[in-house]
Each structure stands twice: as C-alpha cells, then as structure tokens.
Design a binder for this molecule. Structure first.
Ligand code: ADP
Length: 398
C-alpha cells in the first residue's frame, strides 16, 4: 500500500467511525428522549445540564431553558406539603455523598408544578462514578410520577376505613348481648355456658381492638383525623391512664415511677390523640416487661418542647428489629411468642399522630434490659384541623 492508498484507507475508516458514532449517539438520544421516566442530569453545583422529554413535560420547561437552572428551582420537592430544604433533599445528599439515594412511595415526596399542583413522585438520584462518569455531569435523577399508585393506595385505604367503620356497630351489639347473657339477664346460665360466653366477650374485645386500630391506621394514612387542641395538663392524662391500667399493672406486680417536673405548663393538644399515643406506649411498656418490672414515666420541659419519656425494664427490642418497629403490622421476633395479643399497628399510629402534629418520637432499647420511648411535643402545641373525623376514642386496651 502506497502513501496515497494509506491516506484513502484512513479516511474511509474515519468516515465509518464517524457514521457509527453518529448512529450510536442517535440511538442513545432516541432511548433517552423516549423514556417514560423523567431524567434530569445535574453537575456538582446542582445546576441542570440536560433533561429528557418526559422531564420537560413534568416540569413544563423546555430543556434549553432548563439548562443552568438550579435543580431546587426547576424541580422543587415537598414532603407532604412542606418544602424539602437542601439539608434533607435526596438529590443534594446523592451529590454531596457521591452515592445513590432512592425514595419510596411511602416517603410521600411531591413535586410542586408551575400550576401549583402537587405531583407525587419517587426518584433515584445516582451519582455517576468511575467508568459511568460523564464530563460536566455528576448525577442523574430518574423520576417517576406515582399519581396512579397513590390513588389506588388511597382507594384501598378508604375501603379499609369504610369497612372497619361499618364493622364497629355489629361488634358493639355482639359485645352487649354476650355481656347480657353472661349476667343472666335472659335467664340462668350454667358454668359451662358462662365459660363459652366469656370467650365470646374476650374475642369480641380483641376484634374491636383490631378494627379500631385498622380504622385509626386508615385515618392517619388518609390524613383525615380531626385535631381539636385544648389546653391540657399532661400530668392529668398520664394519671388517668395509669388509673385505667391499674388492673394490668397490679396483675404483673409492676412498679411505676412518675417523675414529673414541678409546674409544667398546660399544653394545647388534642386530648383524644394524646391519650391514644400515651395509652399505646404505656400498654406496650406493661405488656413487654416481665412481672415485677419497673416503668419510669418522665414529664419535663426541654427547651421549647415538652418531653414525655416512658422507660421500662422489659424484654427490649433486638437490634435487627429496631428499624422496623414503626412499620405497619411489624412485631419483633423476641416477643411474638411471649406476648401473643398484639397486631403491630400501635406504634405506626403513635408515630403518625406525633409527627403529623409537629412532634418527634424516638427510642433506645437493649434486649433484656429495657426500652425507653421519648416524645417531644412543641410547647406551642398542636394545630387545629377542621372538618375531619375524630379517631375512635373508646379504644380497647391492647
Ligand atoms: P403490638 O404491641 O400490638 O404488637 P406495636 O405497634 O405497639 O404493636 O409495637 C410493635 C412492636 O414493637 C411490638 O410487637 C414489640 O415487638 C415492639 N415493642 C413496642 N414497644 C415495646 C417495648 N416497650 N418493649 C419491647 N418491645 C416493644
């Protein structure tokens, strides 16, 4: 091959290379723009570098106009209806920590569109590392609109809410009539019949408890429970619950210490809700502590909050179960055999009530040493929420 031929050959190969490169780029662009998931690429300074057609439709901004905009301006995120700041943004976290951050449907993350509507989304923010890195772009954000999943979820929750509401009336009648028979109001009953009736009464109580818990879960999930705050002395609420729980406490010969700071201010809370919260935590402390155990109930002011802490000397929560105990229906493996009457819904309801009302809840636990649940409620109290239904107040003790 002479020089001329070599140059011609090189030129041919270059042309082929360019054409296959063009084809590849074309293929990539076709895939990128036809994806139904919205994709936005950003740089390390959180500026938009590129986005596909689905993203453009979602944010209602042309990709050329989006380039260079801050991601938080183009794609403002909300947790429920509260804006997510940079410190809590999954996108910022992925960029800062050079990692992958995923959100899930139950994180309740919304994108607020330019028309003011909130669109529920789940997203993955993927920091591009190593051979996946692209010059000038550090992170890909893949966004899925989950409005349909959310509406199916809502329909399911509404069905549970309606069904459990309807079930309460017949359950109440069963309870009354069984009690009447038991008391001999319809004629004398034999001892054997009494035993059977007692079983009916107890099973009915358990069923009522479960139905009430399901109703509570559906109402906290739908966010439809009523909040009617009134100035309340938490000491009185705790005292009245302890009185109600005296039978359980004395059967297990438990030692309850009330450590209340002097002159605690009244706090503006919904009394039904705070009772549900404290009743769940107190019954759990009793249920999950062996006989002759101790429960310390602390009420004190801590900065701008009221701290409620309930500590027991019980079975504790194993480390591997700790991340799951606030999820629906979860029961830790160490107590499932010891304490059979539980449905794993109480703490889910407690957390939702506390957090939906501006408070926070956390716990520490050591297996076979005990567990402490802590709640902070801002001294400013709960905000009233009108036009919604109250949670059932006559919760049977679990
Ligand atoms: P339930 O008590 O009906 O099972 P909860 O939602 O109230 O449901 O609690 C969930 C799980 O958390 C319990 O089943 C138990 O495993 C664990 N748990 C809650 N409170 C305590 C406690 N004080 N001590 C030990 N384990 C606890």
């Amino acid at each position: 091959m002479n020089d001329r031929e070599r140059i011609d050959d090189l030129e041919k190969r270059l042309i082929n290379l360019e054409s296959s490169l063009q084809k590849e780029t074309h293929k990539m662009n076709a895939i990128f723009s036809s994806m139904t998931e919205a994709i936005i690429g950003i740089d390390d300074d959180l500026n938009v570098v590129l986005m596909n057609q689905a993203a453009s439709i979602l944010v209602r901004v042309a990709d050329t106009d989006a380039k260079g905009q801050k991601i938080s301006e183009l794609f403002p995120l909300y947790k429920d209806k509260d804006p997510i700041d940079d410190a809590h943004s999954p996108i910022v976290q992925a960029v800062k920590e050079k990692t992958i951050v995923r959100t899930y449907i139950y994180d309740n993350i919304y994108f607020k569109g330019s028309d003011g509507f909130y669109i529920p989304v789940v997203l993955s923010a993927v920091y591009l590392l190593g051979e996946n890195s692209i010059e000038g772009m550090s992170t890909l954000i893949i966004i899925r609109n989950v409005i349909q999943e959310k509406s199916v979820d809502k329909a399911k929750t509404e069905l549970i809410s309606m069904a459990s509401h309807q079930l309460r009336t017949p359950l109440t009648s069963i309870g009354w009539f069984a009690e009447m028979l038991l008391k001999g109001e319809a004629g004398p009953v034999t001892n054997e019949q009494k035993d059977y009736l007692q079983e009916i009464v107890e099973s009915n109580e358990r069923m009522t408890e479960l139905v009430d818990s399901l109703l509570n879960v559906s109402r906290v999930d739908l966010g439809t429970f009523k909040v009617d705050p009134k100035p309340t002395a938490l000491v009185d609420v705790v005292e009245s619950l302890c009185k109600e729980l005296t039978p359980m406490i004395s059967v297990k010969k438990m030692n309850v210490n009330k450590i209340f700071s002097k002159e605690l201010p009244l706090i503006n809370v919904d009394q039904t809700l705070i009772r549900i919260v404290l009743q769940n935590l107190l019954t759990n402390a009793i249920k999950y502590t062996p006989e002759e155990g101790t429960i310390d109930i602390v009420l004190k002011k801590q900065d701008t909050n009221m701290l409620i802490s309930i500590a027991d000397s019980g079975y504790g929560i194993p480390k591997e179960d700790q991340s799951k105990i606030f999820t629906k229906l979860y029961r830790a493996q160490n107590v499932r055999d010891k304490v059979t009457d539980g449905n794993g819904l109480g703490l889910y309801i407690v957390k939702a009530i506390v957090e939906q009302n501006g408070g926070s809840i956390w716990f520490s636990s050591e297996e076979n040493q005990g567990t402490t649940f802590n709640i902070l409620i801002p001294l400013t109290g709960m905000k009233a929420k009108e036009g919604a239904k109250a949670l059932p107040t006559d919760l049977a003790l679990s």
